[in-house]
Design a protein around this ligand. Structure first.
Ligand code: ZN
Ligand code: ZN
Length: 242
């Protein structure tokens, strides 16, 4: 199965581009709409409450969607680099499937946390913020459509996450495909603006949705993705969350 997918997708540069464009659009639209419907349902039943961060501006979601499609376009261009790298032997992938995939997904999860923290720290330098990262922060109150709402430079930077592991180790294709899915799901929860675990302190591992809403509200601090530990270690936890 994975062998066939790999043969078709990596056959040439435009197959890679088209496959990635369809794949990212599929996960973006399906997961975002599902999240919207599910959260609305639970909100009307009073099971979840919004974070105290209410700054939606007119036309925000439309703008976020357009910017997200532009980011998906950038990710799809990066798939051409991936395809070329595989053909030329810079990157290695494995197409057989076995239980090692679970460990590989865990490694990619941890790598994604580190890569995001590094990129996000860089994006919060004065120069990067003024020129690029302000696009993402235009959404002071994030929505489920904010997930890929970036300047194209930021999309490029975040999209490099996949390259480094493949230079070091031939990960299974299934593990590689799980990375954008896992990342989008965490991203969706991080931007939904709901406090899903209101009973816990903001430093709790499950409070990442709340922490990222606070990152958008305050504009600084809480640079991590899901885990709170890098922020705690490097003392970048948002002030209101201490
Ligand atoms: Zn930021
Ligand atoms: Zn964000």
């Amino acid at each position: 199965m994975m062998k066939i997918i790999s043969e078709v997708v990596f056959a040439n540069w435009y197959h890679a581009f088209i496959a990635m464009f369809l794949f990212f659009n599929f996960i973006y639209w399906v997961f975002s709409f599902l999240a919207k419907v599910i959260f609305n349902y639970f909100e009307t039943k009073n099971k979840v409450a919004k974070v105290d961060n209410h700054f939606l501006y007119p036309g925000q979601q439309k703008k976020e969607i357009l910017q997200s499609i532009r980011s998906i376009f950038i990710f799809s261009l990066q798939a051409i680099v991936l395809q070329q790298g595989i053909v030329r032997g810079w990157f290695h992938i494995q197409t057989d499937m076995n239980w090692w995939v679970v460990l590989q997904i865990s490694v990619l999860f941890l790598w994604n946390e580190i890569h995001f923290y590094l990129c996000h720290t860089l994006l919060h330098t004065k120069f990067m913020m003024r020129n690029f990262h302000h696009v993402h922060h235009h959404s002071k109150e994030p929505t489920v459509f904010s997930t890929f709402s970036f300047h194209w430079i930021e999309a490029f930077l975040l999209g490099t996450v996949v390259f480094f592991p493949l230079m070091l180790y031939p990960f299974q294709l299934l593990a590689i495909l799980s990375l954008p899915i896992m990342s989008l799901l965490i991203n969706l929860l991080g931007h939904c603006n709901y406090d899903l675990f209101s009973q816990y302190h903001s430093s709790h591992i499950l409070k990442f949705s709340y922490r990222h809403s606070m990152h958008h509200k305050g504009g600084k601090g809480n640079l991590g993705f899901l885990l709170p530990w890098l922020d705690q270690f490097f003392k970048t936890t948002a002030k209101q969350d201490k």
